[in-house]
Structure formats: structure tokens, C-alpha cells
Design a protein around this ligand. Structure first.
Ligand code: TYM
Length: 332
């Protein structure tokens, strides 16, 4: 069976983009693949974290996976740092990755900002660790939001470089799966910026833990333009905020932008926003309350992670023995 690997950073403020761009697709795919879903706590450390919050967010992301419908019996759910092989393979990959490849990564440029010389080596090497996450399990498919596309191309390049350098076909070239109408959910305050965990304004995003009133308020306050909704998808061009809200509606109702405009074309945003708030609350409300219930049961959540780390660790261990042999490391 083909294998999926994907992950979310435990950096707080899990939002609708994480859900529609990633987690919900995982729930849909879990029956057809052998699935490994990770909480990538080592990636979170590429920027400073509060230690208590990091632990709380690790449990919160686990709770979100479970609440969204990922089955811990079918899938492996674990936190990255619990399987030391991730860091080890990242080192082996670091030794074969040209700096020029990393210099092209747009996410590093965004996150490092102007003070590039002060950015950490970990932030720079972030995509190498990500390649290690995926390839440690020889995953063939990686369902992610669109913002991860460049990192996945790099993971494919690293797999290819390893295979060439060591004269093997050991690693598969993992395929990105960028799925659905909301692979790139934009900020509610600015249709040209991605919805993001780190946006200073909480009104820019719908959090997976928001209650019904908060969701409705954020949607009501979402930025739009003064025109009514267009009748056709072409009419969304140049109207980033309208396009984003229509895309979110389509994703939440599992329809298309054209279907949504068939229903709301010509309507004013006030009417559309009420309908959007209702479908968002319907979709997210039950997940938020299940997350709350699970977060109050850390013993259960930790048990899921422990069992997941054992299962992931077995696969990682056996692959690493093979990788050591290929590279020429001695295991006396
Ligand atoms: P992270 O934690 O930033 O995001 C988790 C997932 O959510 C998707 N996503 C979005 N999708 C649509 N619209 C948005 N506005 C939006 N924001 C985030 C992301 O594309 C991602 O799928 N580097 C990864 C974590 C990672 C990983 C991996 C993923 C580490 N190792 C191996 C796959 C395979 C990240 O930063 O995710």
C-alpha cells in the first residue's frame, strides 16, 4: 500500500487553513493509504517557544487530529521528537544538500526577514528536516496545503540526490497531494496574505477552537469589497477577498466555486456571510467541542502519542539500519 506522511507544527492557533488545506484531507485519505501523521515539535523549535505552551500545543494538535476524525487504530499519530531517527536522517541529508537549494526557499526568506544573519541554522535547515520526516518512512504521498509545495519539491530533489550519490533506488520520490478548493486559505483581513498561525490579528483567522459566536463575528468583520457577489468564477478575478470567502464556502460544503456562485451570484456579502458563518459553525463546532474534551484528558492523548511513537519508531529503526548500510556507516 502507498504510504502517506504529513504533519503540523505545534505552534498554537490551529486555524481553518490547517483544517481545510491539510487535516480534513487526511481524514478522507486514511482508508486508502498507510498513514503517518506527525506533530512536528522539532520544527516548532526553529523559532523560540515557551516550553509549557509547546507541550500544551503538542497535545492540542493531537486532539485536533483525533477530533477531526483521524483514527489512531488505523493511522500512526506521534510527535516527531519521540522518534530520534528524524534528526539523524536530517543530518545525513544535510551532508548531501547543496546550500544553493536552500537559498531558494521562500519560507526561510519570509521567516528570517531582514535580519538574515541572526536567523538560526535550524530555520535554514527546516526543509531538510522535513525531507527526513517524509523519507524516514519512505512515504510516497504527502497531503499538504499549497504553501508547502516548494518544500516538497526539495524533498524530492534530496531523495533523488541520495539515490544518485549512493547508486541506489532506496527512496521513493514523494508526491505532493494539494487537494480541494481551499489549498490556500487567505487571511480574513487581507485577501493577498495567507491565513497564518502567526498573524498578530486574531480576526485574520478562524481558529479550530473558536466558538460559534466568535466564528460568526470574524466572518461578519471579514474584509470584502462593495460589489455584490459575481455570477461566475471569472468574476472573482481581481477580487481576492471575495474569492477567498467563496473558496472557503465551497470547501466547507464540498462543492465548487461555480456551485456557490450559482446560489449566491448577485447577492450582497451580508447575506452570503450569514450563510458562510452557518456552514463554518456546522463544520467546526463539533470538532472544537471534541478537542476541548480531549485536551481535558491528557492521559488519553499521551497514550495515543506513546503508542504512535512505538509504531513509528519500529519503521524508522529498520529503515535507518538499511540507510546506514547504504551510506557506509559501521554498526559494530
Ligand atoms: P504548518 O504547521 O505550517 O501547517 C500545517 C498544514 O496546514 C497547511 N496550511 C494551509 N493550508 C491552506 N491554507 C492555509 N492558509 C494554510 N496554512 C497552513 C500547510 O500547508 C500544512 O499542510 N512544514 C510543515 C510541517 C511539516 C510537514 C513535514 C508537512 C514538517 N514536516 C512533512 C508534511 C510532511 C508546516 O509548516 O506546516
Amino acid at each position: 500500500m502507498n504510504r502517506i506522511f504529513s504533519g503540523v507544527q505545534p505552534t498554537g492557533n490551529l486555524h481553518l487553513g490547517n483544517y481545510l488545506g491539510a487535516i480534513r484531507n487526511w481524514v478522507d485519505l486514511q482508508g486508502d493509504y498507510d498513514c503517518i501523521f506527525c506533530i512536528v515539535d522539532l520544527h516548532a523549535l526553529t523559532l523560540p517557544q515557551d516550553r509549557e505552551l509547546l507541550r500544551a500545543h503538542t497535545r492540542e494538535v493531537t486532539a485536533a487530529y483525533l477530533a477531526a476524525g483521524i483514527d489512531p487504530e488505523k493511522c500512526i499519530i506521534f510527535n516527531q521528537s519521540a522518534v530520534p531517527g528524524h534528526s539523524e536522517l536530517a543530518w545525513l541529508f544535510a551532508c548531501i544538500t547543496p546550500l544553493g537549494w536552500l537559498n531558494r526557499m521562500t519560507q526561510f526568506k519570509e521567516k528570517a526577514g531582514k535580519r538574515r544573519d541572526n536567523a538560526g541554522l535550524g530555520l535554514y535547515a527546516y526543509p531538510v528536516l522535513m525531507a527526513a520526516d517524509i523519507l524516514l518512512y519512505k512515504a510516497t504521498h504527502v497531503p499538504v496545503g499549497e504553501d508547502q509545495k516548494q518544500h516538497l519539491e526539495l524533498a524530492r530533489d534530496i531523495a533523488g540526490a541520495f539515490n544518485r550519490q549512493f547508486g541506489t533506488d532506496y527512496f521513493p520520490l514523494p508526491e505532493p497531494q494539494i487537494l480541494g478548493q481551499a489549498a490556500r486559505v487567505m487571511s480574513l483581513r487581507d485577501g493577498t496574505a495567507k491565513m497564518s498561525k502567526s498573524d498578530a490579528s486574531d480576526y485574520s483567522r478562524i481558529n479550530m477552537t473558536d466558538d460559534a459566536d466568535t466564528i460568526a463575528l470574524k466572518i461578519r468583520k471579514a474584509r470584502t469589497d462593495p460589489e455584490p457577489l459575481p455570477e461566475t468564477v471569472e468574476g472573482l478575478q481581481g477580487r481576492a477577498e471575495a474569492d477567498n470567502l467563496v473558496g472557503i464556502f465551497a470547501a466547507l460544503t464540498r462543492t465548487s466555486r461555480a456551485d456557490v456562485l450559482g446560489r449566491f451570484g448577485g447577492a450582497m456579502f451580508s447575506e452570503f456571510k450569514d450563510a458562510l458563518a452557518a456552514v463554518a459553525v456546522d463544520a467546526l463546532g463539533p470538532i472544537a467541542s471534541e478537542m476541548q474534551r480531549l485536551v481535558a484528558e491528557p492521559g488519553y492523548v499521551d497514550g495515543v502519542l506513546r503508542r504512535g511513537a512505538e509504531r513509528a519508531g519500529e519503521i524508522a529503526h529498520s529503515h535507518l539500519s538499511e540507510i546506514h548500510r547504504i551510506v557506509g556507516l559501521l554498526r559494530p
